[in-house]
Design a protein around this ligand. Structure first.
Ligand SMILES: NC(=O)C1=CN([C@@H]2O[C@H](COP(=O)(O)OP(=O)(O)OC[C@H]3O[C@@H](n4cnc5c(N)ncnc54)[C@H](OP(=O)(O)O)[C@@H]3O)[C@@H](O)[C@H]2O)C=CC1
Ligand SMILES: C[C@H]1O[C@H](OP(=O)(O)OP(=O)(O)OC[C@H]2O[C@@H](n3cnc4c(=O)[nH]c(N)nc43)[C@H](O)[C@@H]2O)[C@@H](O)[C@@H](O)C1=O
Length: 312
């Protein structure tokens, strides 16, 4: 089904990594009626404000890319924030979308919903088959609840709510905070600052052995629009690149892209997190979608974006 280009589409979290990429994608496709609100205009944790917004604006489609998001350190340090804020945002947006007649909603989860020792590559059916990774279980529980809410509203009311589970993402508008960000933006910034200062060493967290699958956010945005137009099933859908690298390989690649010439030092006091997290992407591929951007190209583009938009 292709969505009418004048349909009113609310992209929640449009200034974040994912939301901004979804907006770029929708605009490039000619969608002309996007509904956008900043966090300060509309706090999605406040149920009465969210409901009043939906009552007044009546969006037809909703892409839920607003969330409390962070890397391994932030997830491990602020468990109460991660579970509470995410449960509040998603509950408010899903319930108001349903009660104000939204035609279709897409909820974004994360590959951290799967058990720490899930079979690799991880199929959608691995959900709730084992214990979670402790560093992000609070966030994961909220995301699992989001998937289940979409399913419950579909089963009880026929509400067309779907869930996409992206792997680790990166790209323009990422969070480059030194501690709270994900590994890729954290390393881009750390290597860049070390190069500028002429440092001999850069510290990287953990052992370097964990494996991660990275997807450029423009590929994810393409998948989000694809799923909105082509998928209306009960089950959630994995969205990944199908390619994994070790954190050590990633650090070497970032070092090369940035042009840092010193050495890497591993900080073993920092957690490794899940040892491996490669998703089985055969469901979305069988629907007809696949990613286009390689890690090397995506990293180069993201470093360029960082130089033009973030560095002081
Ligand atoms: N980044 C990644 O690697 C991955 C992300 N995802 C998922 O994608 C989605 C988007 O993540 P990402 O773009 O990276 O996150 P970002 O932190 O980049 O963006 C999140 C957005 O949500 C907004 N937001 C947060 N709290 C509120 C609130 N109470 N009211 C209104 N707006 C709010 C933020 O605004 P403000 O900054 O002003 O608070 C921000 O614009 C999330 O659901 C996440 O779980 C899934 C897998 C991997
Ligand atoms: C997307 C996913 O993101 C989070 O999980 P994660 O995959 O573990 O994410 P991460 O990017 O923070 O770390 C990946 C690996 O990289 C290592 N690492 C090295 N050096 C740095 C570093 O400087 N910063 C960070 N953050 N990690 C580093 C780090 O020790 C770890 O081994 C979830 O909490 C949850 O939010 C979620 O869903």
């Amino acid at each position: 089904m292709s969505i009418d280009k004048s349909a009113k589409i609310y992209v929640a979290g449009h200034r974040g990594l994912v939301g901004s990429a979804v907006v770029r994608k929708l605009q490039s496709l000619g969608f002309s009626n996007l509904l956008l609100r900043t966090h300060s205009d509309l706090d999605l944790t406040v149920q009465s404000s969210v409901d009043a917004f939906f009552a007044a604006e009546k969006p037809q489609y909703v892409i839920l890319a607003a969330a409390k998001v962070g890397g391994i350190y932030a997830n491990n340090t602020y468990p109460a924030d991660f579970i509470t804020i995410n449960l509040q945002i998603q509950t408010n947006v899903i319930t108001s979308s349903f009660s104000h007649g939204v035609k279709k909603l897409l909820f974004l989860g994360s590959s951290c919903i799967y058990p720490k020792f899930a079979p690799q590559p991880i199929p959608e059916s691995a959900l709730l088959t084992g214990p979670l990774e402790p560093t992000n279980e609070w966030y994961a529980i909220a995301k699992i609840a989001g998937i289940k809410m979409c399913q419950a509203y579909r089963l009880q009311f026929g509400f067309d709510a779907i869930s996409a589970m992206p792997t680790n993402l990166y790209g323009p508008n990422d969070n480059f905070h030194p501690e709270n960000s994900h590994v890729l933006p954290a390393l881009l910034r750390r290597f860049h600052e070390a190069k500028v200062r002429g440092d001999e060493r850069v510290v990287v967290w953990g052992s370097g052995t964990p494996l991660r699958e990275f997807l450029h956010v423009d590929d994810l945005a393409d998948a989000v629009v694809f799923l909105l137009e082509n998928y209306s099933g009960l089950g959630h859908v994995n969205v990944g690149s199908g390619k994994e690298v070790s954190i050590k390989e990633l650090a070497e690649l970032v070092k090369e892209v940035v042009g840092f010439e010193g050495e890497l030092v591993w900080d073993s006091t920092k957690p490794d997190g899940t040892p491996r997290k490669l998703m089985d992407n055969s469901m979305i591929e069988s629907l007809g979608w696949k990613p286009k951007i390689s890690l090397k190209d995506g990293l180069g583009g993201t470093y360029k974006w960082y130089l033009e938009n973030v560095r002081q």
